[in-house]
Each structure stands twice: as C-alpha cells, then as structure tokens.
Design a protein around this ligand. Structure first.
Ligand SMILES: [Zn+2]
Length: 78
C-alpha cells in the first residue's frame, strides 16, 4: 500500500475507535535513528503506529504510513 492509503487507514482507525470519554493511546514506534529524538523533533523514519485502549489492548496496527506528523493525531483524544 502507498503511504497515502496507509495514512488514511490510520486516520480511519483513530476515528473508528474514538468515543466520548474513551481514552486511547497511540504508540508511534520510531527508528532509533529518527530525528524525532533530536532537538529538531522532526520524524524522518517510517514508524509503526499502534493504537491501544486504556487497558493496553491493541486495537489497530498500521505499518508503512510514512513519517509521523503530529497533526495526524488531531481527533484521537476525543
Ligand atoms: Zn520517526
């Protein structure tokens, strides 16, 4: 799948699991070499995205969606 399709799949997963009052945890697994860990705080890797509920249960896993953009998390906190 292309980055664009997988990014959409991730956004759809966030929307699907977002409920009023529900706590979701999005785990973005960056490479050790990713510049998100540098002062620049810019993602330069292709992280795995894992969405969990408040009990730590994995709801969705999306791979290959390209570099992480903080804006993509809008709506995830309900
Ligand atoms: Zn990264």
């Amino acid at each position: 799948m292309s980055n664009r399709r997988t990014r959409r799949a991730w956004a759809a997963a966030l929307r699907k699991h977002t409920r009023p009052g529900r706590v979701l945890h999005a785990e973005i697994r960056h490479d050790n070499a990713c510049l998100i860990h540098s002062p620049a705080r810019v993602c330069t890797c292709d992280p795995d995205r894992v969405l969990r509920d408040d009990d730590g249960k994995v709801l969705e896993t999306v791979n290959g969606a390209g570099p992480f953009d903080p804006l993509e998390m809008r709506g995830a906190t309900g």
